[in-house]
Design a protein around this ligand. Structure first.
Ligand code: NAD
Length: 245
């Protein structure tokens, strides 16, 4: 059987890299997308290949549709049609709403929402043509519950819920599913940079008593990308150690 080809945006580091590496373990072809971390992306390619997959690193800023179109060309040239798109690229610019500039608002919405829009538009026909096409969006617990200093990020992540559910409806007749995961606080740069006091509070508020790991998110994404999830669509899967209980 032809290996699946998976595009993971923002996958030189963090959760995206964990997902790319997990796809490698399944023998997939992986497009490791990065914006500026070329070296880290090339390391991710090596890890994917060492675990039995194939991979290429492709530079593209997801806020620029022309760069995303070039990424599609590179993916097609290396592997042919794409089966799985994971919209993972993300940033945060945390500041209390009263002090938030329009630029801080725009830049976060641009990466999460315009980025998901561009990538999904560009890879839409691939997902439709794939035998078991999969769109997987990475949202966040913050999209559900909000968070101090994250009005921009919470709005973007809540937008991803509506985007996912609508795409699930529009893609369903094509046999393609669209789901999203909503991780709680996961041990990556985005969370490790928080003050120790804040991390301690997160651990205390989480029934399982710790931060999540990249592997724990990647495992769920690998399931959603696989044929094993064929009757699941439009879902938001929480991966949060019970934090919103
Ligand atoms: P991270 O900063 O390690 O990874 C984000 C990646 O996205 C980086 O590699 C970055 O370069 C890339 N990126 C940013 N802007 C981009 C652009 N314009 N074009 C292409 N790539 C771009 O952070 P992470 O924690 O691994 O986050 C990954 C995803 O998971 C994000 O969408 C984030 O919002 C989400 N998330 C993270 C957590 C967490 O606790 N870490 C929780 C919930 C959701």
């Amino acid at each position: 059987m032809r290996p699946k080809t998976c595009v993971v945006t923002g996958s030189s580091n963090g959760i995206g890299r964990g997902i790319a590496e997990r796809f490698g373990e399944e023998g997939c072809n992986v497009v490791v997308n990065y914006r500026s971390s070329k070296e880290a992306a090339e390391e991710a390619v090596e890890t994917v290949e060492a675990s039995g997959g194939s991979a290429i690193a492709v530079q593209a800023d997801v806020t620029d549709i022309e760069q995303v179109e070039q990424m599609r060309e590179a993916a097609h040239e290396a592997f042919g049609q794409v089966d799985v798109l994971v919209n993972n690229a993300g940033i945060n610019q945390d500041v209390l709403f009263k002090e938030m500039s329009h630029e801080e608002w725009d830049v976060v919405l641009d990466v999460h929402l315009d980025g998901a829009f561009h990538c999904t538009q560009v890879f839409y026909d691939d997902l439709v043509d794939a035998e078991q096409g999969r769109l997987i969006n990475i949202s966040s617990i913050v999209g559900k519950g909000g968070n101090f200093g994250q009005a921009n990020y919470a709005t973007a992540k809540a937008g991803i819920f509506g985007f996912t559910r609508t795409l699930a409806l529009e893609l369903a007749r094509e046999g393609t599913t669209a789901n999203c995961v909503a991780p709680g606080f996961i041990s990556t740069r985005m969370v490790e940079e928080l003050p120790e006091k804040v991390k301690e509070r997160i651990r205390n508020d989480t029934p399982l008593g710790r931060l999540g790991t990249v592997k724990e998110v990647a495992e769920v994404v690998a399931f959603l990308a696989s044929d094993r999830s064929s009757f699941i669509t439009g879902e938001i899967i929480d991966i949060n150690g019970g934090k919103d209980l």
